[in-house]
Design a protein around this ligand. Sequence first.
Ligand SMILES: Nc1ncnc2c1ncn2[C@@H]1O[C@H](COP(=O)(O)OP(=O)(O)OP(=O)(O)O)[C@@H](O)[C@H]1O
Ligand SMILES: O=C(O)c1ccc[n+]([C@@H]2O[C@H](COP(=O)([O-])O)[C@@H](O)[C@H]2O)c1
Length: 208
Amino acid sequence: MNGVASAKPRRIGLLGGSFDPIHNAHLQLAQSACSELALDAVWFIPAGQPWQRDPLAASPQQRWDMVNLAIAGRTGLRACDIELKRQGPSYTIDTVRELRAAHPDAAFTFILGADQLRNLPTWNGWEDIVAEVDLAAARRPGYDDKAPPQLVEALAASGHLLHRLSMPEIDLSATRIRRHLAQGESLAGLAPAAVAHYIDQHRLYTHS
Ligand SMILES: Nc1ncnc2c1ncn2[C@@H]1O[C@H](COP(=O)(O)OP(=O)(O)OP(=O)(O)O)[C@@H](O)[C@H]1O
Ligand SMILES: O=C(O)c1ccc[n+]([C@@H]2O[C@H](COP(=O)([O-])O)[C@@H](O)[C@H]2O)c1
């Protein structure tokens, strides 16, 4: 074929999280974003040092292992260790800039729940994030899913979009899972069986 075919950019969703541990709502969020936004893939990005949180219970290696177990065999889902390899606090702005530089052929959308959508204006360099990527947000029980006004303004100025995911609210959090485990309760239906098995083998989250 003659001429230059304009290759369509790969559409990649980025799902950052502490994943302490990864659970079924994370998977549902990724799969909803993938199908609703016609993404080619969603990359799970475990945070190395999530600077706004208390110290995590599982180690970076354990969170990485659990993410990989959870996504194994699921089409379009991948894990990305960019933040685990970086020193210092994990800033999303560094991640999106590095990924855009490394993958100029890709169009990235950062995926998040309503809690972090509300919180986004406290993130380091948040206006720069909005200038780099689209956002996709899911509702979450107990959180207003209205975007903060300064975020709406920044999105309008940047030309990037805030996609609203239509997945139903899921009342599940890693906090609830850690609490369940500390009380000796089962994870059935809350996290993939392989993750539950890993948690059991490594005796994670046995104390609240
Ligand atoms: N039930 C849920 N519905 C929608 N989004 C969710 C849900 N659980 C987590 N997320 C989103 O997934 C991303 C990663 O979340 P994270 O790893 O902190 O899990 P978490 O369940 O919120 O953890 P924790 O209870 O420890 O705060 C965040 O953007 C968060 O908003
Ligand atoms: O960049 C920041 O300053 C920043 C502040 C808070 C949260 N984030 C990112 O938001 C994602 C979800 O965080 P969390 O704490 O809900 O697991 C994860 O990728 C974090 O690195 C990013």
